[in-house]
Design a protein around this ligand. Structure first.
Ligand code: BEZ
Length: 249
């Protein structure tokens, strides 16, 4: 998948803005410790972590995202790497990952890599989409695609707390804290927010759909869903978050 790093930064900045409390309340970075930011995107949170005095590496599978991150934060270390197969020369005191792991369907492989790259006693602090995440968008998309003769194929991995905690335990982590919660998320554009969101994140749904039909589907999803998810003139996506803190044992 090719990412539009500019569109990500301008219209989808909430992805990293919401990561702030994950840093302050959950990760609590310490000066001098080593931290891997897995799925760092355009590097905003990585730079924030580095500013605390930690030695931080940002890793992302997208060369476009890493190029933008390096341009924006030349003093921070960034590497291109896939969550299921990355290897880095050192083990870390902590691995932090915000809004990435739901893209990784080979979740056991990612968990195994995270375990291998952590020091014994190291912290894993993650946030991802949880069970039911963006359900109203996906159900509407499914219905509209079917009505136009296309097949909607689920893509992301949005686990329940029990499911993900069990995977972590099976891989050698002790799960210390879990928070599963609704976080309605305001979309940047009140007129076309759902279209923009699907254009940014959902291109895989349209891999075999001609551009004209894709645009018609997007318009109809926006039209059908907007009245249900508008509050005070703003559009909200029905995000469900799963946060987990675990220790490598
Ligand atoms: C999320 O952060 O929950 C998310 C972002 C993009 C696509 C799917 C889920």
């Amino acid at each position: 998948m090719i990412w539009d790093a500019d569109l990500y930064k301008t219209k989808h900045a909430f992805v990293f803005e919401y990561g702030n409390s994950l840093i302050g309340d959950w990760l609590q970075p310490q000066t001098g410790e080593t931290i891997l930011d897995l799925g760092c995107g355009t590097g905003e949170l990585t730079a924030q972590l580095a500013a605390t005095g930690a030695h931080v590496t940002g890793l992302d599978a997208s060369p476009e995202m890493i190029a933008t991150a390096r341009r924006s934060f030349p003093e921070v270390t960034f590497e291109v790497g896939d969550a299921t197969s990355f290897t880095l020369p050192q083990q870390f005191d902590a691995i932090f990952s915000n809004a990435t792991l739901h893209w990784v369907r080979e979740k056991e492989k990612a968990i195994s890599r995270m375990h291998a790259q952590l020091k014994k006693g190291g912290r894993l602090i993650i946030e991802m989409g949880g069970k039911g995440n963006v359900d109203s968008i996906l159900r509407t998309l499914d219905r509209v695609m079917q009505a136009k003769g296309y097949h909607y194929v689920p893509f992301w991995y949005f686990p329940s707390p029990g499911e993900y905690a069990t995977l972590l335990e099976n891989a050698g982590f002790r799960v210390e804290r879990v928070h599963f919660f609704d976080r309605p998320t305001q979309l940047a554009d009140a007129a076309n927010g759902i279209i923009d969101w699907l254009e940014m994140f959902g291109s895989h749904f349209f891999a075999n759909v001609p551009e004209n039909d894709k645009q018609a589907i997007l318009q109809q999803v926006q039209q059908e869903l907007a009245p249900q998810v508008t509050r005070d003139g703003q559009l909200y996506a029905d995000y469900v978050r799963l946060r987990v803190a675990a220790i490598k044992i």
